[in-house]
Each structure stands twice: as structure tokens, then as C-alpha cells.
Design a protein around this ligand. Structure first.
Ligand SMILES: [Zn+2]
Length: 467
């Protein structure tokens, strides 16, 4: 399996530290608001990486943290006249709801900064003892000049940055690129006791401390958004390697940016899309499909039209399974024929092709194309005479591949409206169409759509599914 390693800027064969086991650390969100599309992309991308490892028989230890103390959380608490804990608790709960909606598998650990202060203090103490940190009036900095390899991940011109930062900030730091490990207490801000006085951790140290605590000194894969490479991941790397004297991560994976209508998503442009808002008009499954329809390292452009076309594309998969279910329930043939066994061999070739695409740095865009090629093949070769066994086999294969991508194939009814009610409405619509009362026919279709029931006219009659 090949993974593009951002450390070396090239694809490399994946070799895990322990046989058939993978440790992954993915930087999680700062919880001061509902999660936006920029948070959702790494959630979905790296969950898919995990799912594919599991499909290949690996056991995956997956850690994603929540940053639950930070300037933004403090500001939000002031705005909402509540405590920082109230803010973080609320938005962790909301984030978990979206995470569940996006069909992200349960993380092995989800540590929170405020519950990990002890291991954070321990790590800062080690850095101080080893001479990599210095204390100025209760604020502790990492001394980047003591670490020769600083800059090796981001390949930044560290000297240039150093001088630039000095001119710009003229701070108490020894070097422009030095960063905070521990911030001394400010008035009205939450704080913890420490050997350097009351205060709170800097941002970067939390991930180094949590990765070490839950996954060990060296991890297989460290992942996150491209925007985290500098300074966050560069600083995590410096802290961990200086404290542990071991390589921090064997593979660094970074997902690309999200553009909104071809412009970079940013708060100042007010084009920051909240996942919960998108989920009002589109299913989480559609959002997930959309995010995986582009290679994870490429930028992805978000528009409502693209989401609509994602919905339509995925429905082709739904429809294929619905047709197979229909044939299965109506065919007289049970046993598989020799001719059908040959069809299954062809289907197996699509599965192999899907795996090849995923083995090539998790190319979900091409893997999805393979599923569509397979569906085209199925629609052409399966008919009302096909056997139950063949239909079952193909349905299972489609579902298996979709499951690797975390996509849910819908072919069952929902609770909000009973099956018989739906069938009744469909019959009513058929009659309306027969009587050329297209207004009524459309009305029935739209009413069902409001209940998330999609009806489609197919060669085998009217089919419906929950979107
Ligand atoms: Zn991090």
C-alpha cells in the first residue's frame, strides 16, 4: 500500500510498526462553534483511511483530540456569559452528533486538553530539563534554535521566518520561531497550577502529550489538514522528538483545502459553511460522498450544484441495489447458473480494481469511479430472470465497497411514514398521472420528498427509497 508522506513529499510503501496494527493521530477541532466543512473533510478522509486499513485486516488505534481550552473558547464564553466548560461541552456534543451523522467510526480515544493537563506538564518539564525550553515570567517557550531539524516537515525558510517574526513582534522570545508551551495566567481566564506558576498550555503541546500517552513515542500516521503543517505539526514534531529522542511519526498525511465557489473558505469572506446547515438540505451521506469524490490531497470546490450532483450520483448506486432487491423478490430462479458465475468473476475484477485505487494513496475519487463502472456492468447484465444468489452476491459486494468509504446504501423504509402509506401514495400518483393530473402527481412526489422518500420511475415500475 502506497501513502504520500508529506515529510518526504512522495508516495512510499506503508510498513506498520507492529504487524497488522496501525496507530493514527488526527488533530481534532477547537470546540467553540458547530463544525464547518473544513473540519469535516479530515474527519471523513481519515475515517476512510482507517476503514480501508480495517478492510485489509489491520487493527487501528485511532486518536482524535478535542481542543477544549483556547482563546476562541474563552471569547465565546464571554460572549455567551457562561463558562469555557459550558462552551466546550456544548460544542463537543454537537460535533459528536455531526461525526455520527457523517458515519465516522467511533474513535479509540478522544482526549480533551483540560483532562490531560498532567501529561502536558510532564512533557514540558522534560523539555525544560533537556534544555529545549525556557521560562520568562511564568510563560514557557520552546527554543527552536536548540533543535537542528526544526523546519524539516514544512520545509520553510526558518531563518527568514525567524528574522521576520522578530521584526514584527519584538517579543521576549529568544528566536522569532520559538513558540509557547505554557502561558502564564491572565485575569479572568481559566488556569491550572504548574511548576512555572498558574497558567494554561499552549496549543501545540497538547497533541504531542496526547499522542505519546495514547499511542506511544512513535506513531504510524499523523494526519490533519494541510493548513496545520506549519506551525502546528512542525512544532508538535519538534516537541515530541526533543522530549522522546525518537522519531515522532513514520507517515504524515495532509488533506487539501476547501474552496467555496472557487474561493478559499475563510471567515473574513463569510463563506464558512457549517455542516449542520448543509445537513438541513442534504443528507450527511451526500456530504460524505461529495468529500470523497475528490482525491484527499487535492483542493475541493464546494457549490450547492456539486452537492446536488453528488446526491444524484449516489442515488444511482441506491437504484442499482433497489433494482437487484426487486429482481430478487420476483425472480423464480434460486440457484446460480454457470453464466452467472462468469458474471461474478467479472464483478470480482471490479473489486480488485477498487482495491488497487485505494492502495494507491487512498484514491477515493477513482475508487468511486470503479463502483460506477461496476454498476453500469450490473445494470446491463442482470435482468428479471437472474437468480436470487447472483443478486445477493452483487448487493453484498456493492455494500461492502460502499462501507469501505463509509457510504450507506439505502434500500429500506423509514419510520416517519409506513411502507403501506408510501405504496398507497405511489398508487395515487400513478392514477393521477393516468388521469393527466400532473399537478397532483407532482404534489404527491414533493410531499414524499419532504419526508425524505424519493420515488423513481424505472423500467421495472415505480421504486422508492429513503434518501
Ligand atoms: Zn495537533
Amino acid at each position: 500500500m502506497q501513502i504520500y508522506n508529506s515529510m518526504d513529499n512522495q508516495k512510499q510503501e506503508f510498513i506498520s510498526i507492529k504487524p497488522q496494527e496501525v496507530s493514527m493521530y488526527v488533530c481534532g477541532p477547537t470546540v467553540y462553534n458547530y463544525i464547518h466543512l473544513g473540519n469535516a473533510r479530515p474527519f471523513v478522509v481519515f475515517d476512510t483511511v482507517r476503514r480501508y486499513f480495517e478492510y485489509k485486516g489491520y487493527k487501528v488505534n485511532y486518536v482524535q483530540n478535542f481542543t477544549d481550552i483556547d482563546d476562541k473558547i474563552i471569547n465565546r464564553a464571554v460572549e455567551e456569559k457562561c463558562s469555557t466548560i459550558d462552551v466546550s461541552k456544548k460544542y463537543i456534543k454537537e460535533a459528536l452528533e455531526d461525526i455520527k451523522g457523517l458515519n465516522i467510526k467511533e474513535y479509540t480515544y478522544t482526549p480533551k486538553v483540560t483532562e490531560e493537563i498532567e501529561s502536558i506538564i510532564n512533557m514540558i518539564s522534560i523539555l525544560e530539563e533537556k534544555g529545549f525550553a525556557y521560562n520568562i515570567n511564568g510563560t514557557v517557550y520552546f527554543d527552536t534554535s536548540k533543535y537542528d531539524e526544526y523546519g524539516k516537515l514544512s520545509k520553510k525558510d526558518i531563518e527568514g521566518l525567524d528574522i521576520g517574526n522578530r521584526v514584527e513582534f519584538n517579543s521576549e522570545k529568544r528566536n522569532g520561531t520559538d513558540f509557547v508551551l505554557w502561558k502564564s495566567k491572565k485575569e479572568n481566564e481559566p488556569f491550572w497550577e504548574s511548576p512555572w506558576g498558574d497558567g494554561r498550555p499552549g496549543w501545540h503541546i497538547e497533541c504531542s502529550a496526547m499522542a505519546k500517552k495514547y499511542l506511544g513515542d512513535t506513531i504510524d500516521i499523523h494526519a490533519g489538514g494541510q493548513d496545520l503543517i506549519f506551525p502546528h505539526h512542525e512544532n508538535e514534531l519538534a516537541q515530541s522528538e526533543c522530549a522522546n529522542k525518537k522519531a515522532f511519526a513514520n507517515y504524515w498525511m495532509h488533506n487539501g483545502f476547501i474552496n467555496i465557489d472557487n474561493e478559499k473558505m475563510s471567515k473574513s469572506k463569510n463563506n464558512f459553511f457549517i455542516v449542520r446547515d448543509i445537513a438541513k438540505d442534504f443528507s450527511y451521506n451526500t456530504i460524505r460522498f461529495f468529500l470523497l469524490s475528490v482525491h484527499y490531497r487535492s483542493p475541493i470546490n464546494f457549490t450547492v450544484e456539486l452537492l446536488k450532483s453528488s446526491e444524484n450520483s449516489f442515488n444511482r448506486i441506491n437504484m442499482c441495489v433497489i433494482n437487484l432487491e426487486f429482481i430478487k423478490n420476483n425472480t423464480k430462479r434460486k440457484e446460480i447458473t454457470n453464466e452467472e458465475l462468469n458474471l461474478l468473476k467479472e464483478i470480482e475484477k471490479f473489486v480488485e480494481k477498487f482495491e488497487q485505487k485505494m492502495d494507491d494513496d487512498f484514491n477515493t475519487a477513482d475508487a468511486i469511479s470503479v463502483i460506477f463502472e461496476m454498476i453500469k456492468f450490473v445494470n446491463k447484465n442482470v435482468n428479471n430472470e437472474s437468480s436470487i444468489e447472483l443478486c445477493d452476491d452483487i448487493i453484498n459486494t456493492i455494500k461492502k465497497l460502499c462501507d469501505v468509504l463509509g457510504l450507506i446504501v439505502k434500500n429500506e423504509s423509514v419510520d416517519t411514514i409506513s411502507n403501506s402509506e408510501i405504496e398507497e401514495l405511489i398508487l395515487k400518483r400513478q392514477n393521477a398521472k393516468k388521469n393527466k393530473d400532473f399537478t397532483l402527481a407532482d404534489e404527491i412526489r414533493n410531499n414524499l420528498l419532504e419526508k425524505d422518500i424519493v420515488i423513481e420511475d424505472t423500467r421495472q415500475g415505480v421504486k422508492w427509497y429513503k434518501r
